[in-house]
Write a protein that binds this ligand. Structure first.
Ligand code: 13P
Length: 247
């Protein structure tokens, strides 16, 4: 069984004043029965790491460059994230695929760079509304998985985030989530890769809130969540963590 994971993606949100949310989160979950991961903007990573040292809260980046260093103005490398206190890095989020034209091949290269730096890649996949309405969801997710996940990885996390559910308050039905998560597990098993498909957490992401988390976590092959807006406030994220611990 994969270890359950409650992951928060702060996206481009968070200044020094918001570090108090991490203090509240660590205080509320001294000994959680699931993994807890916060991915703040890179600017807050090392300051957050100063506050989460010795606690159960893990930290991650939201993207990394595929090279370890070099002339890439404005980019952040995987070794830099690890140096700042990260253990994970989100890769291939739909906002990066849309805003920065990231392809499956680039995401795969970044995942390799992350693993080489000792980071666990959290690789995101998910269909647009147009693709879902055209009945292409499983084809798209399958293609993204095969293109974005290097078989040489020994450890990874998958996040299924339907693009149309992100930040919209819309959530797929329980049956739809179950269908895609079961499909992802089967695809991982079919890859014949270095990682253990049965031990790879598959997170659901897209408008997860304290009020809908329990029913989502009850779905087979849902091993946790990747949470955007509701991870910004410790009080909201704590409710989601509690639902995952109880699932
Ligand atoms: P929301 O939880 O705000 O819908 O965002 C989901 C997401 O994109 C997490 O990566």
């Amino acid at each position: 069984m994969p270890k359950k994971l409650a992951a928060g993606n702060w996206k481009m949100n968070g200044l020094a004043a918001e570090l108090s949310e991490i203090d509240a989160l660590t205080a509320a979950h001294p000994d959680p029965s699931c993994d807890i991961l916060i991915c703040p903007p890179a600017t807050l990573l090392s300051r957050m790491a100063d506050r989460t040292g010795g606690t159960a809260i893990k930290l991650g980046g939201q993207d990394c460059h595929e090279a370890a260093s070099g002339a890439h103005t404005g980019d952040v490398s995987a070794p830099m994230l690890a140096d700042a206190g990260a253990s994970h890095v989100i890769l291939g989020h739909s906002e990066r695929r849309a805003d920065h034209g990231e392809t499956d091949g680039l995401v795969s290269a970044k995942a390799g760079a992350a693993a080489a730096a000792g980071l666990v890649p959290v690789i995101c996949v998910g269909e647009t509304l147009e693709e879902r309405e055209a009945g292409e969801t499983l084809a798209i997710v399958g293609r993204q998985l095969r293109g974005s996940v290097p078989g040489a990885l020994s450890t990874l996390v998958i996040a299924y985030e339907p693009v149309w559910a992100i930040g919209t308050g819309k959530v797929p039905s329980i049956e739809e989530i179950g269908e895609v998560h079961g499909f992802i597990r089967a695809e991982l098993r079919g890859m014949g890769a270095a990682f253990d498909p049965g031990a790879t957490p598959i997170l659901y992401g897209g408008s997860v809130k304290p009020g809908n988390a329990a029913e989502i976590f009850a779905v087979a092959d849902v091993d946790g969540a990747l949470v955007g807006g509701a991870s910004l406030k410790a009080s909201d994220f704590s409710g989601i963590i509690a639902s995952l611990e109880a699932a």
